[in-house]
Ligand binder design. Sequence first.
Ligand code: FAD
Ligand code: FMN
Length: 763
Amino acid sequence: MKVAVLGAGPAGLYFAISMKRRNPAHEITVFERNRPDDTFGWGVVLSAETLDNLAANDAVSAAWVREYFAYWDDIAVVHKGVRTISTGHGFCGIGRKRLLLLLQRRARDLGIELVFESEIADPRPFMSNHDLVIGADGLNSPSRATFADVFKPDIDVRKCKFVWLGTRQKFDDAFTFIFEETEHGWMWAHAYQFESETATFIVECSEESWAAWGFGGMTREQSIAACERIFARHLGGHRLMSNAGHLRGSAWVNFPRVLCERWSHKNLALLGDASASAHFSIGSGTKLALESAVALADYLHSEPSLEAAFDRYESARRTEVLRLQSAARNSLEWFEDVERYLDLNPVQFNYSLLTRSQRISHENLRLRDPEWLAGAEAWFQRRSGNTDNVRRAPMFAPFQLRDLKLRNRVVVSPMAQYKAVDGCPTDWHFAHYAERAKGGAGLVYIEMTCVSPEGRITPGCTGLYAPEHEIAWKRLVDFVHAETETRICAQIGHSGPKGSTQLGWQQSDAPLAAGNWPVMAASDVPWSPENQLPSPMDRADMERVRDEFVASAEMAARCGFDMLEIHAAHGYLLSSFITPLTNRRLDEYGGSLENRMRYPLEVFQAVRAVWPAEKPVSMRISANDWVGEEGVTPAEAVEIARLLQAAGVDICDVSAGQTSIRARPVYGRMFQTPFSDRIRNETGIATMAVGNIYEPDHVNSILLAGRADLVCLARPHLADPYWTLHAAVQLGDRDVKWPDPYLAGRDQLYRLAERTATMGLKV
Ligand SMILES: Cc1cc2nc3c(=O)[nH]c(=O)nc-3n(C[C@H](O)[C@H](O)[C@H](O)COP(=O)(O)OP(=O)(O)OC[C@H]3O[C@@H](n4cnc5c(N)ncnc54)[C@H](O)[C@@H]3O)c2cc1C
Ligand SMILES: Cc1cc2nc3c(=O)[nH]c(=O)nc-3n(C[C@H](O)[C@H](O)[C@H](O)COP(=O)(O)O)c2cc1C
């Protein structure tokens, strides 16, 4: 095959090598606009695992690369003058220039022609006189641009500015992150050694700090001098160096996240950064480029046609690219929002940084550096007021709100059971909640319990509006207090426009077949075209419903509930005021956020006035309507939380969605936790995270990173009432309290767990 490779970066060179290794008869030419040793950047990070993969593809170049590798295990974080080191991270690095020179040598040895100082603005002439053309021409790929209508690139230019510098200062003991507060805002550096004499030193900052420093108007030399002053304490008198001399301008750039809908067109295929990029903070761009080069060479030899090879290449590599890009997005967003975390204690800040991409979990950190993690866990326990046994996982740290003391941070999230009769809880509710209370969680919620018959979602919903309801709930609360150390919270709410609908396991949110009751809302916006048109509330309605909330709160207080939550999420009555999607009011209860929040806050104030002062009140909100700027966004949710905080709400239960049938949620593990993180760390109000959190590992990492104060699990508690007790078994924690009659069962589980662990070690 006659092959033209456009671009002699890691992707282009390694592809050429991989092709030639598979068939020496290929006639391959690599075209590069720069001179052979004229490259930008300093070191690149790879992993030992990546190198093993490369050795299987071409042992010669892998051995050469290995010879120059710098290895390090530690990550150091310098923040607020404290240098925190954790170990076990296992990186290796090599100079970018060194890597390219080795690959060039290997390519020449294999008989590949390298043509330097050859600028290729358009791949088309090559496509007509070669069998195969590879667009490996980097982030700003001219090949991609030429066929932009086919490749349909999605280029997301990220917020931070960065410049890739080098230094002779040694960072050979650890991959080092340095955060410096300057007169113009925070600046940070990612520094790592890649050769005995040289380290990479990437300086990054927000666009605002960059503008305030005036970097845009500086020459490259002036920028470097400013960075040297900013990081002087860490440079030991060494200079910062730029090797981007062949690039125009100051060399500061914004990272573009590239993803293309297609990677091939006719006989042209995109490779490396040209097709997909991964942010440098997870150090995987070169790995991605090299591994994609191997895959493409493989398929070009295993498949019967170019088309078939390209198809397999795209489908096989796209998953890997999306996985890495998702981790990279978490990581780069962490840096973009870093100012949110800079006030955290250095231990928590460090933990948050290490787990930022969500690729490293709590237990994963324990494997890497058990001692460091034990220290961080102990810090968390002490800060939570536990001085007895500080060697416990974060989920087993106590938490206090007003006089309410929780023994741990696990919460059974509210879940409607649809088993009530005329609003009255039945034996089902007693058995169901009693079991969850015995299951070890710190706090158990009862389901959304409605303040009036019309405020019910379905005919099966529970209420707190009749004397018999109070009697039934009090029986449960008394049992929980007498027999367990779990605390119990009542969630009260009004269904609003989603009322008069079917049971959860029937057609959820659809009107009843018969016996519908009239519904009301902030405005006359129905939940869906099939649902009833709600009547917009007038002042009398608002006062009546507010008083119903108060009456329910008084009943809940008499029942002895330890905490109260007002449900202002998921499209129900109070939520219908908050979200602009359903609030069309022209009075002082519609329009601005302050107006939309006015009624929910009036309800809160009235409830707070009758709820015992020593007990906390929470509000559950939908922190994202999942419809973009038209609805509540995570940024607006921060403002909602600020209003709650100012009104005296003790904790914000951060849920999301269910406010519109137009919502397009992005699901995933812990998918709503970022909203809680943002609210907690931008406002300082305590938060609860909820949504697809199902492993002890998730709970521990959310808590230790400071993304929430409490963690709610709903569906996991339907499947396992004893989720917390079982999590303790899994984590080897023997300090949770089981109900006395169950001790024999506990001991058997502990023995079985120990046996499994011992067998695990022997294997
Ligand atoms: C600051 C920073 C730090 C990074 N750190 C790491 C790291 O630690 N680990 C890691 O794995 N990755 C890292 N990367 C990413 C890594 O550099 C890229 O992912 C990798 O280089 C991709 O290889 P490539 O061959 O596709 O592109 P490139 O390396 O960009 O190579 C493209 C080549 O094409 C040439 N070219 C472009 N246009 C033309 C043209 N018109 N005509 C001829 N030639 C042309 C360019 O000169 C260049 O040589 C980092 C990136 C940045 C920006
Ligand atoms: C069967 C069921 C009933 C629910 N009922 C309520 C409810 O009454 N009040 C409420 O705020 N959320 C309710 N939710 C939402 C949960 O509390 C929780 O926010 C959601 O299920 C996400 O958590 P998970 O991924 O742990 O299940 C319910 C969820 C389920 C599965």
